[in-house]
Write a protein that binds this ligand. Structure first.
Ligand code: NAD
Ligand code: MN
Length: 486
């Protein structure tokens, strides 16, 4: 097969003909305002959101200051004390079902915009992100009128106004994780999306309008860290739900100390993916790839530390490299793409700094051959062997397509090494033996542990961390409880 010419939109590692998803079936406005009290409200300042695959500006969005955040909280309070707060659970459920169906109707548009604004491959936004967004609204719609059964005998009550701040790696999915349970439980919301990926959440606000959601039930304030801080510090917010870095999570705990605000924090991770010699090797290799290269490795629960049993290490690493040579890095809107653009120039820089540290500290780097696109933010799928527990690439979250590989001899050694981290969000175990799965999953100090699979998400399953990976759970009945007073 003939190679296509390398250009900004051509694959660097692939030789398939382009198969681009089109952008002509929807509109992105040149400029977006804030969504407050059911109206589009002008912010005094604007900032640009760019396409990280091309560097082009996609749209301008409002930058909410303290004043606008205050307006949004006021609108949310009014809705809580007014129309939304007075609805029965069954009526709230109807709105959530309606929103879920509208998300499905606009799923193609939402997937393309997600890939344009954040850089993730269209295959992922189309087949993973957006279906899960709809699933989250459907699941929580079902709970809205059944809270008394979820928590029998206690008659749970909503908390009130919830302030939510989310990251850029799963923009619309994180919004769904936050908004759907909050509304199912009868709260009202002010949500701030991440500054590099505000567009799909603004489109979700359009869906709220179309669904006729009572004004003020959900308010969207765009902006960067200062906007988030204004929301967190606002005295009339009853609960904070945050997903983002551990550093900001710590700052939030300091900011709300001494108040009676409730909070849940979903923070960083450095998951161990542990492969035993009796594992199905080819499936494990696919699981390792999915664990670290899904969404460019911008995944809090990414399997960024691989532990391979010594007896099969050479074989696994050889297969991994062979498979990595086939990964297609490039245009996020192309349906063949495996690895899209790095979300921002800042994130690319963070990845580069840590990769340099890995080389300097003595780990052995390997990347496939091939050229990256000229424009935009890119990083090759990368693996490191000869890693030590003390290396920065083993200890720190890279949040990019970079895998640190170590070996082990016994299950006990694997557990000790895997748990030697300040994080505890997720983990993976690959083995043919059920008994080993039980030993490892109970021994791993992590909120979610997958066995013979990785990165599987479901709205019914609680998700969250231990240690510096956070406090509280999202999803399932545990996630509902975090939005209720008992
Ligand atoms: P970040 O903490 O810098 O930003 C997250 C959000 O917080 C953004 O919306 C940002 O504008 C806002 N923010 C920044 N400073 C703030 C402040 N002082 N007060 C209030 N809000 C503030 O993180 P990021 O770089 O956007 O995201 C990557 C991090 O998020 C990674 O560490 C990743 O592991 C974590 N993450 C965790 C989960 C999870 O569920 N545990 C999910 C996704 C991402
Ligand atoms: Mn963007």
């Amino acid at each position: 097969m003939a190679k296509t010419e390398p250009g900004p939109h051509n694959f660097v590692f692939g030789n398939y003909a382009p198969a681009r998803e089109s952008k002509d079936h929807f509109k992105i406005k040149k400029s977006y305002d804030l969504f407050i009290g059911g109206k589009w409200v002008k912010a005094s300042k604007k900032f640009e959101t760019i396409n990280p695959a091309t560097g082009e500006v996609i749209a301008k969005v409002g930058e909410a200051g303290k004043k606008e955040v205050g307006q949004a909280v006021k609108a949310a309070r009014k809705a809580f004390e007014g129309e939304w707060g007075q609805l029965s659970g069954a009526e709230r459920g109807k709105y959530l079902f309606r929103i879920a169906r509208l998300i499905q109707e606009r799923s193609r548009e939402l997937a393309v915009v997600e890939s344009m604004d954040g850089g993730k491959p269209i295959r992922e936004s189309r087949d993973v992100d957006i279906p899960l967004v709809a699933a989250h609204f459907f699941y929580h719609a079902g709970w809205a009128d059944k809270l008394d059964y979820a928590f029998p005998g206690v008659k749970p009550k909503p908390l009130g106004v919830v302030g939510q701040v989310i990251p850029w790696n799963f923009p619309l999915l994180m919004a769904a994780w936050k908004i759907a349970p909050a509304l199912a439980c009868g709260n009202t919301v002010v949500l701030k999306p991440a500054e590099t990926t505000p567009l799909t959440v603004l489109k979700l606000a359009e869906i709220f309008e179309d669904a006729g959601l009572p004004p003020g039930t959900v308010n969207i304030v765009t902006g960067a860290g200062e906007t988030g801080q204004a929301l967190i510090e606002h005295p009339d917010v009853d609960k904070i739900a945050f997903t983002g870095s551990t550093a900001v999570g710590k700052a939030i705990r300091r900011a709300i100390a001494g108040t009676d605000k409730k909070f849940t924090l979903e923070l960083g991770g450095k998951a161990a993916n542990i492969v035993f010699e009796d594992a199905p090797i080819n499936e494990a290799v696919e699981g390792i790839l999915n664990g670290i290269f899904f969404n460019q490795g911008h995944v809090c629960c990414a399997g960024s530390r691989l532990f391979v049993q010594e007896s099969i290490a050479d074989k696994v690493i050889k297969k991994l490299k062979k498979r990595m040579e086939t990964l297609i890095v490039g245009d996020p809107l192309d349906k063949n793409t495996d690895i899209g653009a790095i979300n921002s120039a800042e994130q690319l820089e963070r990845i580069k700094v840590l990769v340099k540290a890995g080389e300097r500290e003595g780990a052995c780097i390997w990347q496939p051959e091939g050229r990256l696109p000229r424009k935009g933010n890119w990083f090759k799928p990368t693996l490191f062997t000869e890693c030590a527990q003390s290396h920065r690439i083993v200890q720190e979250e890279i949040f990019g397509p970079v895998l640190a590989i170590q070996t082990f001899r016994t299950p006990q050694e694997a557990l000790e090494k895997a748990n030697n981290t300040p994080y505890g969000l997720s983990g993976g175990v690959w083995t043919d033996k059920g008994s080993k799965i039980f030993k490892m999953t109970t021994g791993l100090k992590a909120g979610v542990v997958w066995a013979n699979t990785f990165n599987k998400f479901d709205p019914t399953s609680p998700f969250g961390g231990y240690k510096e990976s956070g406090i509280g759970r999202e999803g399932g009945v545990h996630g509902l409880a975090a939005y209720l007073n008992f």
